[in-house]
Each structure stands twice: as structure tokens, then as C-alpha cells.
Write a protein that binds this ligand. Structure first.
Ligand SMILES: Cc1cc2nc3c(=O)[nH]c(=O)nc-3n(C[C@H](O)[C@H](O)[C@H](O)COP(=O)(O)O)c2cc1C
Length: 192
């Protein structure tokens, strides 16, 4: 597919067909992620790939946490919907930043490093998302995992910073493009 077609055809996919995907397909996506640029080439990412029954287990963890949060009237936004997408996914890549420690503070550059790492991990996830489109797969970038951050990390035995999950599968929907702000409204040109 033409590169710009990949960009413009990418959608967030929230319905997946019950079709498995192979480990080599996921490896190709991870390779795309790994090729992303990163500040100082820190490559602040690690991946936990969930396949088989594991996406559903993750969905159950999030749903159980949402139930608890609802009991105390804590707003849970789209978390339950996101859990539903995870449950249908053929694979979920859980993305961690192993470099980030909450007490990292190198000469007051804490925020700087955090921002750099966050941008870097975002680039890796976006590479995965675009590679999925090119391979005829659908994906959903999910930050609703934060609602159950502690539970997920305890389940996976991780102490690093959870960044996001990327749910993956064969799309069972063809959503229209979501609206975008017009370029002229968000861009200022300075030129001679
Ligand atoms: C950082 C990030 C976090 C997101 N988290 C979620 C999420 O938790 N659940 C969800 O359904 N969609 C999530 N999305 C998808 C966005 O809702 C979606 O990208 C946006 O509405 C634009 O739609 P499009 O991706 O189809 O162009 C996330 C996207 C990004 C980039």
C-alpha cells in the first residue's frame, strides 16, 4: 500500500473477527515498533504480547476493576468498552517503559526525560499501528488500561511504567474517518 494511503486509511478498530493471527505477524509489528526513533536512542519500550486466552484475561481484569470503581462512583469513561475490544482481540501488545522510574530526577530534568520517553514510545506504537494497516490488520491504541494499572502490572509481574496496550486483530468494521481540525486553524506559518 502507498505510504500515505496507510496513514489515511488507519482507523481505531473496536470490533475484531474471531480470527487468530500468527506469532510472525506480531513479530513484524514489533519490528516496526523497534525501528521507531527515540530520544537519545533510549528505546524506552518493552512489550508483553498476549495471545490465545490472555487478551480475555486482561479484559476481565479491567472489567473487574471498573466494577469496583463504579461502586465508589469513580468515573470510568470508556474503560468498559475498551475492555470489550481487548476481549475480542487476537493479540494485545502491552507496552511498558522500563527506563522510567518515578524518582528519576537527573539534575531536575525529570519532566524533560519523561516527555522525551513518552514521545518515543508513542512513535513506536504508531509504527505498530501503521504496520498493522499495511498488513491488512486492525488495531486499537488503548490507554484505558490505566484504570487497572496496578492490577495489570501485578498480573504480569511488572514494576515498570505501563504506557498503553495495542489490541490487534482482523477488523470487523470499517469506521468512517473521525473529524480532524482544519490545518489552517492549527498552523501558523512564518516565512519570508
Ligand atoms: C494515546 C491514545 C490513547 C487512546 N486510548 C484509547 C482507549 O483507551 N480506548 C479507545 O477506544 N480508544 C483509544 N484511543 C483511540 C482514539 O480514540 C482515536 O485514535 C481517535 O478517536 C481518532 O480516531 P481514529 O484513530 O480512528 O482516527 C487512543 C488513542 C491514542 C493515540
Amino acid at each position: 500500500m502507498e505510504f500515505f494511503d496507510v496513514i489515511s486509511r488507519r482507523r481505531s478498530i473496536r470490533k475484531f473477527k474471531p480470527r487468530e493471527i500468527s506469532r510472525s505477524e506480531v513479530e513484524k509489528l514489533l519490528q516496526a515498533a523497534i525501528l521507531a526513533p527515540s530520544g537519545k536512542n533510549r528505546q524506552p519500550w518493552e512489550f508483553v504480547v498476549l495471545m490465545g486466552s490472555y487478551p480475555r484475561q486482561l479484559a476481565d481484569i479491567i472489567s473487574a476493576k471498573v466494577d469496583k470503581l463504579k461502586e465508589i462512583d469513580f468515573p470510568t469513561g470508556s474503560a468498559l468498552n475498551s475492555a470489550g475490544c481487548i476481549a475480542q482481540a487476537a493479540a494485545v501488545v502491552v507496552v511498558y517503559n522500563p527506563k522510567w522510574k518515578p524518582d528519576t530526577n537527573r539534575n531536575g530534568r525529570r519532566r524533560y526525560i519523561y516527555s522525551v520517553d513518552t514521545q518515543s514510545v508513542g512513535a513506536a506504537i504508531q509504527n505498530m499501528h501503521l504496520a498493522a494497516v499495511d498488513m491488512g490488520l486492525g488495531g486499537l491504541w488503548i490507554c484505558d488500561v490505566f484504570y487497572a494499572e496496578e492490577e495489570i502490572s501485578a498480573w504480569l509481574g511488572r514494576k515498570d511504567e505501563l504506557v498503553a496496550a495495542f489490541a490487534l486483530g482482523m477488523a470487523d468494521e470499517d469506521p468512517a474517518p473521525r473529524p480532524r481540525n482544519a490545518m489552517e486553524d492549527i498552523t501558523r506559518w512564518l516565512e519570508d
